[in-house]
Design a protein around this ligand. Structure first.
Ligand code: SF4
Length: 349
């Protein structure tokens, strides 16, 4: 039977991961939020540092958003961190610190969708709620030869009801962990290990030679190109200017240098003629230098950011500046953080 085989495989092959040794919903929730859109190898150190810094829900609830974003720095999809922090505060102050213990109550939490609610409800409270992540879609789609595009509402319904039929109701958490791990290690997106797969005598995709084309997707992600010019202010007082990003869009509440976004890549001459640059400088004397490398391409899931850093030397500046030595204490997108580290090294030399 499918679920028995998956569970037996899991018991022999599973990785020993810290969140698998606990039923504490706070820790499971933290791990699930970190692991969304993140590989285990990348997420593991973040999980450890979060648990070390905020061992209990109330520790996370009492922290400032800036502290949380700083620890999250480099993981991307920062709304996960902001929502997680808001949810910790909500549970702590509105729910007396008690984690909701059913799928439907968990689903009401900010940042907790069907996947995370199912994971916590099944792992911690043995509720038979199947999880559907990319790994599960892939395993089910291949094993049962289902070619409905997995990025559609129809697929969500069909796969959910199939998973509900398959789930081991005596141990739903174990089944969910097993199928996800199976997708992650055995039935991988590229070059799945079909030869040594315990399901290979009944796998439809293998029989029909469809392993390479399943699962199917209907939409191609449209990648938008954006051009960011960061103005790195330098003054005689060894201070610079940073700003917090506001509004919707990427990197909300993280910090950055003053930004001029343009429609295309621009050169020195085009920058000094740019209206935003002119307004920024306000008729002061300045020296401008383009930093190397001349352009960094930072790839996000739906956007490719073409980033240039420009050092602007100014005698004085009428906005509140902060000392360079304090800059690293603020949460920055990782591409800016890396720039700052290199820039400060060069300044010291
Ligand atoms: S036989 Fe291959 S495609 Fe089928 S479930 Fe196993 S690893 Fe996946």
């Amino acid at each position: 039977m499918f679920s028995d085989q998956i569970i037996s495989w899991y018991q022999l092959n599973k990785r020993d991961l810290p969140w698998r040794r606990t039923k504490d919903p706070y820790k499971v929730w933290l791990s699930e939020i970190i692991l969304q859109q993140t590989r285990v190898a990348q997420g593991l150190p973040y999980y450890k540092i979060f648990i070390e810094t905020f061992p209990k829900l109330q520790d996370l609830a009492r922290a400032s958003e800036q502290e949380v974003l700083k620890l999250w720095q480099g993981l991307g999809y920062y709304s996960r961190a902001r929502n997680m922090h808001a949810t910790a505060r909500h549970i702590y102050s509105d729910l007396n610190g008690t984690f909701p213990n059913t799928y439907s109550e968990l689903l009401k939490l900010k940042g907790v969708g069907d996947y995370t609610a199912s994971a916590i409800a099944s792992f911690c409270y043995r509720e038979a709620t199947p999880v559907l992540d990319g790994n599960v879609y892939r395993v089910l789609s291949r094993y049962f030869g289902i070619n409905i595009p997995i990025d559609t509402g129809k697929a969500k319904k069909e796969f959910k009801s199939l998973a509900l039929e398959l789930i081991d109701i005596s141990n739903p958490g174990l089944f969910n962990q097993a199928i996800m791990e199976f997708g992650s290690l055995q039935c991988t997106p590229v070059q799945p290990n079909c030869q040594k797969c315990p399901l290979n005598d009944s796998c439809v995709a293998l029989q029909k030679r469809q392993v390479g084309i399943l699962p199917q997707k209907s939409k191609k992600i449209k990648i938008k190109k954006r051009f960011f010019n960061y103005l790195v202010v330098e003054t005689n007082t060894n201070k610079t200017l940073i700003k917090q990003r506001k509004g919707k869009g990427i990197w909300k509440n993280l910090y950055e240098f003053p930004l001029i976004e343009t429609e295309n890549r621009i050169n020195f001459k085009q920058l000094i003629q740019n209206i935003d640059f002119i307004n920024f400088i306000k008729e002061q004397d300045f020296q401008l230098k383009e930093c190397t490398p001349s352009q960094i391409v930072h790839k996000l899931s739906h956007q490719h950011l073409h980033i240039k850093f420009w050092v602007v030397n100014l005698k004085s500046f009428d906005q509140e500046l902060i000392p360079w030595r304090e800059v690293k204490e603020y949460p920055f997108p990782i591409v800016l953080h890396n720039f700052i580290v290199d820039f400060l090294k060069q300044k010291k030399q």
